[in-house]
Unconditional design. Structure first.
Length: 165
């Protein structure tokens, strides 16, 4: 199956292939999560709250994949939906380790805010950057548009990644 075309047909604005060497890992991303994310620790998909893995361990895990797709959308919900459906298609095609990273956009308010269980534990995924990947450097390296938002009216780009083995 052509996963890139499928992602584009589902509404992605961009979809490009990558190999693990295209990924830029940088430990400094944790600073933006801990000290720059209004949702830090408030979402079930925040890996720093649930996972015993270090950033080095995440890098080792994601470098074990042999390819993947980066999907770009103009909103968080579409990015989550398309990357999860792409992951699911890969899984059904026999790539049982397929896994997507997409800043979870399934719910308007995460159930964790009320100490409730995740409403969509099968579909919820952590953010692309939350495992130590420098999204800016990675997507720019692949020729995709991404810039710092200077005004609340600036067009926003949401990126997710689907890892395929």
């Amino acid at each position: 199956m052509d996963y890139i075309q499928a992602a584009l047909s589902m509404g992605a604005e961009n979809a490009v292939a990558f190999v693990p060497d295209d990924l830029v890992f940088d430990r400094r991303v944790i600073l933006k999560c801990v000290f720059g994310c209004a949702d830090f620790g408030k979402m079930h998909t925040c890996p720093y709250q649930k996972s015993p893995l270090s950033l080095d361990e995440y890098e080792k895990i994601f470098r074990r994949y042999n390819r993947g797709i980066i999907i770009g959308c103009s909103n968080k919900h579409d990015s989550q939906r398309i990357s999860y459906e792409t992951e699911r298609s890969c899984f059904l095609d026999g790539f049982y380790f397929a896994f997507s990273l997409s800043d979870c956009g399934l719910c308007t308010d995460c159930a964790k805010a009320t100490n409730a269980d995740c409403r969509f534990p099968v579909k919820a995924r952590p953010a692309f950057h939350s495992v130590g990947i420098d999204v800016f450097s990675t997507v720019r390296k692949l020729g995709l548009p991404l810039s710092v938002l200077k005004d609340e009216n600036d067009a926003q780009h949401w990126y997710s990644a689907v890892f395929i083995e």
